[in-house]
Design a protein around this ligand. Structure first.
Ligand SMILES: O=P(O)(O)OC[C@H]1O[C@](O)(COP(=O)(O)O)[C@@H](O)[C@@H]1O
Ligand SMILES: [Mn+2]
Length: 650
């Protein structure tokens, strides 16, 4: 009975035998197409230009495609220029116009070449899917051109005429920009971002704009993203932490220009309180000498210290408020001896590099001064009311989650907590025990609940996930921020990793994780980020005989010295898995000047027989849809339902 009701509903969409059979033929054709290409990127950390280049060039794959298509028929430099045109059409066109004598000829040749590339990248999709991805201005023309061969009998003139007309009507620039975008878009069917879009680099807000405009993307929340998700709710401690990190890297533009956060109140506090403090340990990192004058750097350092102290005070308050987080040892302001200028850790005393804490009352070190309170209230207000920030963060809830199972693979940013013996580590939350997948599900539910209730006690959980020892996204014993600013004791700077990070080298462990998440342990892979792979020191991103891949290759500039690379892109296409490692991205200007070059290296990790859509998750749901359509067809053919019956009530 239920099934009949369902078929009646389906009949509304397919009211005749002809409709059902057309759809069945269509779905069957889709199932036989090659599997769409998935790209995986992680730990973007605000590095907008490099990130954008990866999207535009399909992480270098575009160059390989152009090579395949044109081979030796055109010289190397022309292939480079064609790739540049596809990646940066506006910038490249500007350059061409300055140099080219015979512009109309140039347009014709290049439009032909772009069409050849577009035909290859679109050949994996149905005509209908390609049509949907075409820009409205040129849908008709592009659809015609992509589905015709210039040499096709009787159509040659027609094809050439369309191109001539585009050139004559002075629409070439728009056409080239449009077709380039289509090529970029069709080269990747699905993009996975394994977390940590925010912090360190200068423009996470631009990364978010680009992701939101992207045709198909999912995000696995990283600890830095969760920090911003909490800050966007106006949680004062997370606001302070996000600002502290921004100042540490001298990223005022992201806050002020990107999100409209007014930093003036913090500037005032900094100059009132730390005017005579050189704040050496708080000088912004990276080569910000280029961007900031000495005077500005001094101001940033003072603001940095002012917000760091607010952060440490608020941490102490939260730790006392949330006993169940069991983080008393991280309430460091209460472990400082303000007279001796030292820090007590496990009964040992370590001297501080500076004990200039003019806003701290040693009797109640975690109490904010009135001015500090006013500043953090205002900053929290700005975060909550930044329209752009709210829009970006909303995207994490709609397109993101703590983990994702996709085409048999398991994607998460950090870890699944393990004990030393490889068993799943338990976390008791509100009296219930959680481990492995169940723990991630519980934590994700807490994040979504906090978004809904906006209650500070609920939002506190996001802070725990940012830095708590049992947070699978952080998965380190402590975050040694205070120790790094205020002591020189190396042993205190160490952040011990959860045993997971050693155990992930073992393929049996990885199999047990895949099983725990309901995936096939012999076929699936775990794909993660979070810990930069020290490739320069010989570390491999491929762990556990290929069962687990860590693809944090240092897209973040601040970490490139550690990795010796500038990031990885993992590619899963119909032929298997490949890992591309990138060299540092210099600048858009340099690409325009020198042409796109292959600055990546491709490694084949796994070769398979060509996979079709039928072998994917989408294929599975298409097969289920086809089964229902077959039932509907039988119902029509056996007279159980009449064609057009959707109009009959009940
Ligand atoms: O290098 P920075 O920016 O000072 O950050 C160091 C901090 O970042 C962390 O590594 C967390 O960031 P990741 O998630 O990118 O690893 C902390 O463990 C550490 O204290
Ligand atoms: Mn991380």
């Amino acid at each position: 009975m239920e099934r009949l009701k369902y078929l009646k509903l389906l009949a509304k969409q397919y009211p005749s035998i002809a409709d059902v059979t057309t759809e069945l033929i269509n779905l069957n054709a889709i199932l036989n197409l090659p599997k769409g290409t998935e790209h995986f990127l992680t730990d973007i950390h605000g590095e907008y230009e490099a990130f954008s280049y990866h999207l535009r060039s399909a992480s270098g794959v575009l160059m390989f495609k152009i090579d395949d298509i044109f081979g030796y028929s055109i010289p190397e430099w022309e292939k480079k220029n064609l790739a540049t045109l596809i990646c940066y059409p506006h910038e490249r066109l500007k350059r061409v116009k300055e140099q080219e004598q015979r512009l109309e000829d140039w347009y014709r040749v290049n439009i032909y070449r772009l069409l050849s590339v577009c035909k290859v990248v679109s050949s994996k999709y149905t005509r209908s899917k390609v049509r949907k991805s075409l820009p409205s201005d040129f849908t008709y023309i592009l659809d015609e051109l992509l589905n015709l061969e210039s040499t096709q009998l009787n159509k040659e003139d027609y094809y050439n005429q369309i191109i001539n007309t585009i050139v004559e009507l002075d629409r070439s620039d728009e056409f080239i920009a449009a077709i380039s975008k289509v090529i970029q878009r069709l080269a990747v069917d699905r993009l996975h971002i394994i977390g940590d879009i925010y912090d360190r680099g200068s423009a996470p807000e631009k990364v978010m704009d680009e992701l939101m405009a992207y045709h198909s993307v999912d995000i696995q929340w990283g600890n830095h993203d969760i920090l911003w998700m909490g800050a966007a709710q106006g949680h004062p401690l997370m606001v302070a932490t996000a600002i502290r990190i921004a100042l540490r890297y001298g990223n005022l533009e992201c806050l002020e220009e990107g999100y409209g956060i007014n930093m003036l109140p913090l500037g005032h506090l900094a100059m009132d309180v730390y005017k005579d403090d050189p704040c050496e340990e708080f000088m912004p990192r990276q080569s910000n000498e280029e961007f900031y004058a000495e005077k500005d750097r001094n101001l940033i350092a003072r603001m940095h210290k002012a917000i760091a102290i607010i952060q440490f005070k608020l941490e102490g308050q939260l730790i006392k408020r949330r006993k169940e987080f069991a983080m008393d040892d991280r309430n460091l302001l209460e472990q400082v001896d303000y007279k001796n200028g030292s820090l007590m850790v496990n009964g040992r005393e370590y001297s501080l590099t500076s004990c200039h804490f003019p806003t701290i009352d040693p009797k109640d070190p975690c109490q904010l001064t009135t001015e500090e309170q006013e500043v953090i209230d205002r900053l929290s207000f700005y975060f909550r009311n930044s329209e752009k920030l709210q829009k970006h963060i909303h995207f994490f809830y709609t397109n993101g989650a703590l983990y994702l199972r996709y085409n048999g693979n398991l994607l998460y940013h950090g870890s699944v907590l393990l004990n030393k013996d490889g068993s799943f580590q338990n976390f008791t939350i509100d009296g219930e025990d959680y481990q492995g997948k169940a723990l991630l599900d519980k934590l994700e539910a807490l994040v979504r609940k906090a978004h809904y209730t906006q209650n500070i006690n609920d939002v506190d959980w996001l802070w725990y996930m940012w830095t708590g020892p049992k947070s699978p996204m952080f998965a380190k014993q402590k975050m040694a921020t205070f120790e790094r600013y205020f002591t020189r004791e190396k042993s205190l700077h160490k952040e011990a990793l959860n045993p997971y990070f050693t155990l992930r080298e073992n393929s049996d462990i990885c199999r047990s994780i895949l099983l725990n998440f309901g995936l096939n342990p012999e076929q699936g892979h775990i794909i993660t980020g979070h810990t930069p792979v020290k490739a320069a020191k010989g570390e491999s991103p491929i762990k556990a005989d290929g069962r687990l891949l860590v693809i944090d290759g240092g897209l973040s500039m601040a970490y490139q010295a550690k990795t010796g690379l500038a990031g990885y892109t993992l590619i899963y296409n119909s032929w298997g898995l490949r890992l591309v490692s990138h060299k540092p991205f210099q600048s858009v200007e340099r690409v325009i000047e020198e042409g796109v070059s292959v600055n990546s290296e491709m490694r084949v990790l796994k070769k398979t027989n060509r996979k079709r859509v039928a072998d994917t998750d989408v294929g599975k749901s298409l097969l289920a849809e086809m089964e229902a359509l077959r039932e509907l067809l039988t119902a029509y053919q056996s007279g159980q339902l009449h064609e057009g019956e959707q109009f009959i009530a009940g």
